[in-house]
Structure formats: C-alpha cells, structure tokens
Ligand binder design. Structure first.
Ligand SMILES: Nc1ncnc2c1ncn2[C@@H]1O[C@H](COP(=O)(O)OP(=O)(O)OP(=O)(O)O)[C@@H](O)[C@H]1O
Ligand SMILES: [Mg+2]
Length: 308
C-alpha cells in the first residue's frame, strides 16, 4: 500500500502560509501555494516528459511563473529537453521562455530509510525554493520509485498519459479480455487512491486525476473506439477524468533535439508556415490545457473575450 513517511508533515509544510527566509518578527504575507501538476504513469515511454514539457511551455506562454522538477534522475528526459532548448536559443540567439528547473537526485545511501529521508529532504528543499511560484510541474519516472510516490503525494493535478493500446490499460485496472469488464484496480490506481485519501485527510484537498490517451493512431478506428469505450467505463469506477489525447505525430519526436514545443514552432523561423498537422497537434495541446481547468489559466483569453 502506498504510504509516504511523514506525509502529513510534508503536506502541512506545503500548505503553510509562506514565510521562508523571513525574520520571525517580520510581518508574514500569506502567499498562495503553487498548484502542483504531476505527470505519472509507471509504464515507460507513454509520453510523460513530452507532455510535461508542453504543459510547462503552455503555462509560461501565459505569463505564469513555473518550476519544473525532474524526478527521473537516471534518464533526465525533461532536463535534457530543457538543455536542448537552452543550447538552441544560444545557437540561434533567440529568447524562449524557461521554467526554473531542478533534478531531484536519488540518494546513493545503502540504508533504505536513510536514503528515503535524504530524497524527501531534497524534494522538500526544492519545493521550498519555489514556494512563491504559480505552478510546479513534476515529471516522474516510468517506474515505481520512492521519489515518484512522494511526488504523487503532493499533486493537485495528476496527468497520466497512456499509450493507446489495451496493453497499457492494465496500468489502470485488470480488465477481462472477453467482456472488457473491470476485474480489479491496478497497483497504480491504488497508489493514486491512497495519495488522494492522505490529501483528503491531512489537508482537505483533492487530487484531480486526468487520464489522456497518447499516440492515437488515425488508422485503426475500431480499436480506437473500443479503447474509448473502456476508458469511459473505467473513469467513474476508478475516479479520473478523461482528456482528449495526442495523436501519433512525428513532430513530437522531431522537436526534442531543439528543445522546442508545438507552442514555439514559429520562433526564430521567419516565413515558417504551420502545416495542417502542426496546427492540429498544437490544438490537441491546447485542448488538454483547457481540460485541466488549472487555476488562473486561460484568464487572459477570457478577459480579452469579455472586453471585445
Ligand atoms: N504523440 C506522440 N507521437 C509520436 N511520438 C511521441 C508522442 N508522444 C511521445 N512520443 C515519443 O515517444 C517517446 C517517449 O516519450 P516520453 O519520453 O515523453 O515518454 P515518458 O513517459 O516520459 O518515458 P519514460 O517513462 O521513459 O520517462 C519519445 O521519443 C517521444 O518523442
Ligand atoms: Mg520521461
């Protein structure tokens, strides 16, 4: 069962009015806590880091102050994505928006408890550093690690990208192969359930869990429909919302080396014309962002619409 040691301690610390670095006599200005978005799925290669990067840049482009935390210190995909972006900007002398980014390193201590305590401390220290930010986007590894569990325990919004195949659906639940009935929730669903329970008990807060299909093929319409039906049946039983996902598109793979996202395609590229496929892909990212219903996101557009 999922349990983070000192979960309450960590949650309380996050919810306290921020006074870090202030002298005790100094008036404390209560600041709101950043909204924490976690990308989680214990299956490798489902699109967590790619989605994390697109969420980060979408938020930055709305003028939000964003921190990015990479919990996958082995692969560091999100970190490498950002490094590629930095190098591309320097090479082309172009300014693109950046989050404040961190890697939460895994401990190399041999004693499990000591290692976990050290990892938790590292994570808390990062959170303290960015306590005045609007959003924290956390990318977790494609496996069950202690840091990943700690990350899940502080999520306000959890996004789970899922490869568009029944092979990947067992991340959510054990499904009867003939009837497609749910036989049992998966370990990962139980982990999310436990995190939710802890958040509700300790903070009266909830985790908004969003499952998005990724790499949706435009070819196999029947399979696509069937997967959609099973996901809709699972949503109320396991307690997640469904976001319109991303199609299988080469552009997602092509963007990584330059560190760009679909939100910055035209930057440094005068005369660049978006193809229909690029426009459709960017719209998929926008649709995801709308579905997330993040606090304060989309306010600019709403304001402009009201004024028009
Ligand atoms: N919609 C998509 N269409 C095409 N390729 C995609 C799509 N989404 C992700 N990819 C590609 O799939 C690969 C895996 O994506 P990504 O690294 O984001 O997954 P991940 O869940 O973070 O993996 P891991 O669990 O190993 O951290 C990358 O090469 C990425 O470019
Ligand atoms: Mg990754």
């Amino acid at each position: 069962m999922f349990k983070v040691a000192n979960q309450q301690d960590l949650s309380q610390r996050l919810n306290k009015p921020r006074s870090f670095g202030l002298h005790p006599d100094q008036p404390k200005t209560p600041k709101k806590r950043p909204h924490i978005i976690v990308l989680g799925n214990e299956k490798g290669g489902s699109g967590k880091s790619t989605t994390a990067m697109h969420v980060v840049v979408s938020l930055l482009r709305q003028g939000k102050k964003v921190a990015a935390i990479d919990l996958d210190s082995r692969q560091r995909s999100l970190t490498r994505y950002l490094e590629n972006r930095r190098e591309w900007c320097e090479r082309n002398n172009i300014d693109l928006p950046f989050p404040k980014s961190f890697v939460a390193e895994r401990s190399d201590l041999n004693n499990v408890q000591e290692a976990q305590a050290q990892e938790r401390e590292t994570f808390e220290a990062i959170l303290d550093t960015v306590s005045s930010f609007d959003f924290i986007v956390i990318d977790s590894p494609g496996s069950d690690t202690y840091l990943s569990r700690v990350g899940h325990s502080v999520a306000d919004t959890l996004i789970t990208p899922l490869n568009d195949s029944f092979v990947d659906f067992d991340l959510l639940a054990e499904i009867d192969p003939d009837s497609f009935e749910v036989k049992a929730p998966s370990l990962y669903s139980e982990l999310v359930w436990e995190s939710r329970k802890n958040r509700a008990m300790n903070e009266r807060a909830s985790i908004d869990w969003i499952v998005m299909r990724n790499r949706i093929s435009s070819l196999d319409a029947k399979n696509k429909r069937r997967l959609g039906e099973v996901l809709s049946a699972l949503a109320p039983r396991i307690g997640f919302r469904i976001a319109p996902g991303f199609g299988e598109r080469v552009i997602f793979r092509e963007l990584f080396p330059s560190g760009k996202t679909l939100m910055d395609l035209a930057e440094g590229n005068p005369g660049f014309r978006m193809s229909m496929s690029h426009v459709a892909a960017r719209q998929e990212v926008r649709d995801l962002m709308t579905t997330l219903k993040l606090p304060g996101f989309g306010e600019q557009e709403e304001q402009q619409e009201m004024e028009a």
